[in-house]
Design a binder for this molecule. Structure first.
Ligand code: MN
Length: 752
């Protein structure tokens, strides 16, 4: 049994001088940062913690007591709530890791401190188990907070120190703790307005999760430091003089943004560090509070804009409308010397304290805070709301909401084993599968997210635990290209499709060659392309591909081949086959050079747009745009025979286009008309088209063979509706069996 009196009495046991000194420095911090300090309470807590942990060491090798002492220091300096919290921070691991019981704490320090320790002990076990979902962790964290806010404050301080000393742990633990910090603690710290804690946590996470980028940014900042500081001086000096002459008391300095936010900017803008312009901001902290302080912010803003031209679109007024976490400041971006953009933040000392310390700063400025502080009430209400719906759905929405807001360029995903992977926003299980291993990507047939089956196109969210289900029989689906976002997944799938296409095309050729040899047939290259056209393939490649994929029978190809070869003979004989060409048959309207196309929702008439002649799109058709290397946009129908290969192989050049309602533009379209070869049928057709429906014809090609009439009519139409009307009317002509829309040429893709 522990003799309380022995432990708590001075000289009851020996404390190393180093720790006595550190205790004194902690007490000094308390005097500086807290309104009232019960020094005896803190000393007592320290002595008990020292004794309880006397045989424990940290992974770094130092005496364990160093950890709770640092946590207490972070608590008092960065959160600065109260002395009971400092004592609790000193004792935060005692019940969990040593023989000291909660009862003993209660007897020695009272209910209030004991309940904080109790809360801390409970939540720390929540993080031990691997299979507890993230959402559940958040809920436990918040539950503990609802009992006493100091629990979460100490937890923040604990996490800061654990992250600072993360280097002593083995790598797999580093990643686990860092990812948990990034998805849970940093966003939560942000929500509380603990800006300094949030920034420090994020930067430490960056070091462990993205070590390469971390090195790049830190060394880049170091290299450009002198230059940056010189620039900041140049910017600040004239401003300082002006503000002083106007009688302001203030502090002004330039500070680099935190590493993680620079990292985010680089990712978002896809630029190297050198090209990120706003890596630092100028901060002006004015002495003053309340309404007078607010007015001063505005006056200073107006002085700045006298000296430097403001970019009005980048102005933010968080003074009149504070952020939800209480943050207040005026943000403006101005053009500094050599036209560099510089962000300036203007705030009062009071606003500054809130920005750095969040809600805790209120205690510094207000008298009766704990009972009636509005900010505190608001936060606790927010927590209560969350807890009223304690099912994990809601908590996971909540995690997602704040994770997404903060880390919208990147999401963090866990494997079933708990390994962390980062993916770009919008990533789906297929991206994840390829990230893990190409083979897993190739064979994935399904995915479970947080234990539930989801479609492969499902958008993953930070904190999701993803399990990929594979099957040896599965192979990539070309549709995947439409929803994957990572380069790796996309290029692997495309490569696979190209390989498959190449093999099938080879096979198609082989199949035909074998049959040709057997039959003693000869088919030239030119004949092949005519056969392809006859069979309505865009080109011979596609024909061989479909043949090799087993989409049609080689006998169909041979049948078409015989037809083509026979046609040749017929032409040579100049027999009864009739072929009439009308070029510019009637007053041919010209296709307008300024198409009524909406690109990205705006009407563009000056853009170099053109319509693909492989599918001749007309208004009303579902279309997409294909950007050529010169930047011109070619519009294709979604049903274009070339569409699949364009979309699959050059997806990055596909853009979304829509038809606008512009009238009086004519588009080329073609119809194939089939029927009986009777006298006057051509006249009837042209009558209906040009007279009844007042449509201009560009050309007509007709042929008749054995009493069967076949005609190709190329016309100028306004839109799809117009074309449909034409089709309906032509169908009603006596002797007409079929009218189909068709495309004249086959191999024009606009991909040049
Ligand atoms: Mn701890």
């Amino acid at each position: 049994m522990i003799e309380a009196s022995t432990i708590l009495k001075e000289n009851g046991f020996r404390i190393e001088q180093e720790y006595e000194d550190r205790l004194e420095s902690l007490l000094q911090s308390c005097r500086n940062n807290l309104k009232t300090v019960d020094e005896e309470l803190i000393k007592k807590a320290f002595r008990l913690s020292y004794w309880a942990h006397r045989n424990d060491r940290r992974a770094s090798g130092e005496l364990y007591i160093g950890h709770p002492m640092e946590v207490a220091k972070i608590y008092v300096e960065q959160i600065g709530f109260d002395d009971v919290g400092v004592a609790a921070a000193l004792l935060h691991d005692v019940v969990e890791d040593t023989d000291i019981s909660l009862e003993f704490i209660r007897e020695t320090f009272g209910d209030s401190l004991a309940s904080v320790i109790d809360g801390l002990t409970k939540i720390s076990s929540a993080f031990e188990s691997r299979d507890t979902s993230k959402a559940e962790n958040v809920r436990k964290l918040l539950l503990s907070m609802a009992s006493d806010i100091r629990v979460i404050f100490i937890k923040f301080a604990d996490r800061v120190h654990n992250m600072r000393t993360l280097g002593s742990l083995p790598p797999h633990k580093q990643i686990k703790i860092a990812s948990e910090t990034l998805t849970l603690f940093a966003p939560l710290a942000h929500r509380f307005g603990f800006f300094a804690i949030k920034s420090e946590l994020e930067d430490l996470c960056l070091e462990y999760i993205h070590p390469e980028e971390f090195k790049e940014i830190t060394s880049g900042l170091r290299d450009s430091k002198k230059e940056r500081e010189a620039y900041i001086r140049q910017f600040i000096e004239p401003l300082k003089l002006r503000l002083k002459s106007e009688g302001f008391a203030f502090e002004m300095y330039g500070r680099s943004k935190n590493l993680f936010s620079i990292y985010r900017k680089m990712k978002r803008q896809d630029k190297p560090l050198k090209e990120i312009y706003d890596i630092f901001a100028i901060r002006i902290v004015l002495e003053g509070e309340g309404t007078k302080g607010k007015e001063d912010c505005w006056r200073v803003y107006s002085i700045i804009t006298d000296l430097y031209k403001p970019l009005t679109e980048r102005f933010r007024d968080f003074v009149s409308v504070p952020k939800s976490n209480g943050y207040q400041s005026l943000h403006t971006t101005v053009l500094g010397p050599s036209s560099q953009r510089v962000e300036v933040q203007i705030r009062t000392t009071e606003m500054h304290a809130i920005a750095e310390k969040g809600v805790a700063a209120h205690w510094k400025y207000k008298e009766h805070v704990q009972s009636d502080d509005k900010e505190m009430d608001r936060l606790l209400n927010w927590v209560r709301e969350l807890l009223e719906n304690p099912e994990s759905e809601k908590a996971s929405d909540f995690v997602r909401d704040f994770s997404l807001n903060l880390y919208d360029e990147e999401i963090y995903i866990f494997s079933p084993k708990g390994d962390l992977h980062s993916l770009p926003r919008g990533a789906c299980p297929v991206d994840f599968a390829y990230l893990v291993h190409t083979e897993i990507g190739f064979h994935c047939i399904g995915a479970k997210v947080n234990g539930k089956m989801v479609p492969l196109s499902y958008q993953l969210k930070s904190g999701d635990q993803v399990e990929i289900i594979t099957s040896k029989k599965q192979s990539p689906n070309p549709d995947w290209v439409k929803f994957v976002v990572t380069q790796k997944a996309r290029s692997r799938i495309r490569h696979w499709i190209n390989e498959k296409t190449r093999k099938a095309t080879e096979l198609g050729k082989e199949v035909l060659d074998k049959r040709k040899a057997k039959l003693g047939m000869e088919i030239s290259e030119a004949d092949l392309s005519r056969i392809a056209t006859k069979m309505r393939f865009p080109n011979t490649q596609q024909m061989f591909f479909e043949l090799g994929s087993g989409l049609f029978d080689v006998n169909d190809l041979l049948k078409a081949a015989r037809g083509v070869l026979k046609e040749d003979e017929g032409e040579r004989d100049n027999s009864d086959s009739l072929r009439i060409q009308y070029e510019s048959f009637l007053n041919s309207a010209q296709s307008s050079g300024s198409p009524g196309l909406l690109i990205g929702g705006e009407l563009h008439t000056n853009l170099a747009t053109d319509y693909a002649t492989c599918c001749n799109p007309i208004p009303g058709d579902s279309v997409f745009g294909f950007t050529s290397k010169t930047g011109a946009i070619k519009v294709h129908r979604v049903s274009c025979p070339n569409a699949p290969s364009l979309i699959l192989n050059m997806a990055d050049r596909i853009i979304q286009v829509e038809w606008s309602r512009q009238k009086d533009i004519h588009f080329v379209s073609a119809l194939r008309v089939m029927g009986e070869d009777r006298v006057g049928i051509l006249n009837d057709i042209t009558q209906v088209i040009s007279k009844t429906l007042k449509t201009n014809i560009r050309s007509i090609t007709i042929s008749s063979d054995d009493g069967v009439f076949e005609g190709n009519v190329v016309l100028f139409v306004n839109d799809l509706e117009h074309l449909r009307r034409l089709i309906d009317r032509i169908k009603k002509i006596d002797g007409i069996h079929g009218v189909y829309r068709y495309e004249e040429k086959g191999d024009e893709t606009g991909a040049r």
